[in-house]
Write a new protein. Structure first.
Length: 200
């Protein structure tokens, strides 16, 4: 038993010795500098620039400019890609703005359905006045008026909704059909009331 306990303790101690440590090695630093675009800190002899780049012989020390060329090239590439991305984004924004305008202008309402719905509502209001004058039951007229308000509320919700014009046109057609049927109910009711025999 003591033997097993001793082996277990040695294993635990061995695990602790393999913890992470800081690596101080020039090769590791060089490898990191090659993987990312950084300055070549250990290679900036002035003789190299005087020998191979004659224009740097006089004036200020411009060795860092050559060291930063990879970074400058990457920045230039990123700037070109950013300009292209901005252009694509502007195109998408313009398309979405056009769609939003298409959904909020209600072209089909103003061109096709507004006059028809207004005309039907005016005709139903006249028929309602005739029905009141004829003495039709008030509860029946209230029910018909409530149905007219429901249809008009649906039409107003469709106008304010954020849908394609084709879907709105379909809803407007449904509202127009409902108003036409409601006008027919009024006409039949008035016709039925006028044909009833009067009690003397």
């Amino acid at each position: 038993m003591k033997k097993h306990l001793l082996i277990f303790c040695l294993l635990v101690a061995g695990v602790d010795t393999t913890a992470q440590t800081v690596v101080n090695s020039k090769n590791t630093r060089y490898q990191m500098e090659r993987e990312v675009i950084t300055r070549w800190n250990n290679f900036d002899p002035k003789w190299y620039f005087i020998l191979f780049h004659n224009k740097y012989r006089t004036g200020e020390d411009r060795r860092n400019m050559k060291q930063l060329l990879p970074l400058m090239a990457a920045t230039k590439l990123n700037a070109i890609e950013a300009e292209q991305e901005n252009k694509d984004l502007a195109d998408i924004r313009d398309q979405e703005m056009f769609k939003m305008a298409d959904r909020s202008l209600n072209k089909s309402w103003h061109l096709l359905y507004e006059s028809k719905v207004t005309g039907l509502n005016n005709r139903i209001a006249q028929l309602n006045t005739q029905a009141i004058a004829a003495g039709i039951d008030f509860n029946i007229l209230l029910a018909l008026k409530g149905e007219q308000e429901r249809i008009n509320a649906d039409i107003n919700l469709t106008k304010e909704s954020y849908e394609d014009d084709a879907k709105k046109a379909e809803q407007f057609r449904i509202g127009l059909t409902d108003l036409t049927m409601l006008r027919g109910y009024y006409l039949r009711l008035l016709n039925l009331y006028h044909n009833l025999p009067k009690n003397k």
